[in-house]
Design a protein around this ligand. Structure first.
Ligand SMILES: C/C=C/C(=O)SCCNC(=O)CCNC(=O)[C@H](O)C(C)(C)COP(=O)(O)OP(=O)(O)OC[C@H]1O[C@@H](n2cnc3c(N)ncnc32)[C@H](O)[C@@H]1OP(=O)(O)O
Length: 283
C-alpha cells in the first residue's frame, strides 16, 4: 500500500443532484414499501409528499471506488466496510443538489497479516444555499493489507452495547435480491452481485452492502423512535461486525439511554451479530 499517495490524495469537492426517482429508488433498496398499505412508510417511496431517508447522506457525493486503482496498492477485493457514522445538521431535502468535501482522515495499521483500517470523512452541503447537511465518517477494513504504516488520528473505539435485555426489538426481513436493487443507488462493487468475485473475497455468495444494512438500521430507528419523521433523526454509528447475506432476517435490539439509543443487529437465521456497538441520536 502506498501510504504517502493515500495521505496526499486530493479529491476536491463533488456535486451530485438527486431527483425523486433517486430518492425513491434508494428507499426501495432498503425495503421501504414492503407493505404498500403501510401509510407510515409510504412517503419514502411515493412522490405525493416525498421524504428522503436520512442515511442517503452516506451515498451521495461519493468519490467512487478509488481504492480499486492499482496505484494505491490496496488489495481491493478483500476490503470490507467496517464502520459508518453520520450526523445530520439539518434534514435532507427530498430532492436537490449537494456538494461533498471528501478526505482520507487516516490509516490505522493493525500490523502484518492483521489488516489496516482506512478512515474517510465527508462533509455534505446544500449546493445552492451552502448550508451544511451532514458529516459522514466511514471506515474500511483492508484485510489484505497491514504492516505498511499509517497516519492520522485514530477515533476512539465504540463501547459494547449494555449486557441486559433490550428495551425494544424490531424485526426486518431482507429479500434475496436486496443487494441487486440497492446497488442501483450507486454502489456497483461486484462483491455484492458477482458470485465469482464474492468467492475470491472468501464468501460463498454475494454479500449485502454494509450501507444497505446501515440504511435498514436507519429505517428501524425511524419507524420505532421517530414516528417516521426524518427531522427527529439526529445521526447514527454502526460497526459492521459480520456480513449480512441477502434474504436474511435482521433483528434490531435497542437499549434506551438518556441521551441516545444503543443497538445491535442479529442475522436471525445464523444467530450472528452483524451490527455491533451501534448508537443513534434523536432530535
Ligand atoms: C467495499 C465493501 C463494501 C461493503 O459493503 S462490505 C459489507 C459490509 N461489511 C461487512 O460485512 C464486514 C463485516 N465485518 C467483518 O467481517 C469483521 O468485522 C472483519 C473481517 C472486518 C474483522 O474481523 P476480524 O478480522 O475477525 O477482526 P478481529 O480479530 O475481531 O479484530 C481485529 C482488530 O480489528 C478491530 N475490528 C474488528 N472488526 C472491526 C470493524 N468492523 N470495524 C473496526 N474495527 C474492527 C478489533 O477491535 C481489533 O482491534 P484491536 O486489535 O485494536 O483490538
Amino acid at each position: 500500500m502506498d501510504i504517502e499517495k493515500i495521505r496526499n490524495m486530493q479529491l476536491g469537492s463533488i456535486e451530485q443532484s438527486y431527483d425523486k426517482r433517486d430518492t425513491i429508488l434508494y428507499a426501495l433498496g432498503l425495503g421501504f414499501g414492503a407493505d404498500p398499505m403501510d401509510e407510515a412508510e409510504l412517503p419514502f417511496v411515493y412522490e405525493g409528499n416525498l421524504l428522503c431517508v436520512p442515511s442517503y447522506v452516506n451515498v451521495l457525493c461519493h468519490p467512487g471506488f478509488w481504492a480499486q486503482d492499482a496505484e494505491y496498492g490496496i488489495d481491493w477485493v478483500k476490503l470490507l466496510h467496517a464502520e459508518q457514522e453520520f450526523k445530520m445538521h439539518r434534514p435532507m431535502p427530498a430532492t436537490g443538489t449537494l456538494r461533498g468535501e471528501y478526505r482520507v482522515a487516516g490509516v490505522e495499521d493493525k500490523g502484518p497479516g492483521r489488516g489496516a483500517l482506512l478512515h474517510q470523512e465527508k462533509e455534505l452541503f446544500d449546493a445552492a444555499s451552502g448550508e451544511k447537511i451532514a458529516t459522514v465518517r466511514s471506515t474500511l477494513f483492508l484485510r489484505g493489507n497491514g504492516g505498511e504504516g499509517g497516519f492520522g488520528t485514530v477515533p476512539a473505539a465504540a463501547e459494547p452495547v449494555p449486557e441486559r435485555a433490550p428495551d425494544r426489538v424490531v424485526i426486518i426481513p431482507t429479500l434475496p435480491r436486496q443487494a441487486l436493487i440497492y446497488r442501483l443507488s450507486g454502489d456497483w462493487n461486484p462483491l455484492h452481485a458477482d458470485p465469482a468475485i464474492a468467492r475470491k473475497a472468501g464468501f460463498d455468495k454475494p454479500i449485502l452492502h454494509g450501507l444497505c444494512t446501515n440504511g435498514i438500521a436507519c429505517r428501524a430507528v425511524l419507524s420505532s423512535y421517530c414516528g417516521n419523521d426524518p427531522a427527529r433523526f439526529g445521526g447514527m454509528f454502526v460497526r459492521f461486525s459480520k456480513p449480512v447475506m441477502p434474504g436474511e432476517t435482521i433483528r434490531f435490539e435497542f437499549f434506551e439511554e438518556p441521551d441516545r439509543l444503543r443497538f445491535r443487529a442479529i442475522a436471525v437465521e445464523r444467530d450472528s451479530v452483524v451490527l455491533d456497538r451501534c448508537s443513534a441520536t434523536l432530535v
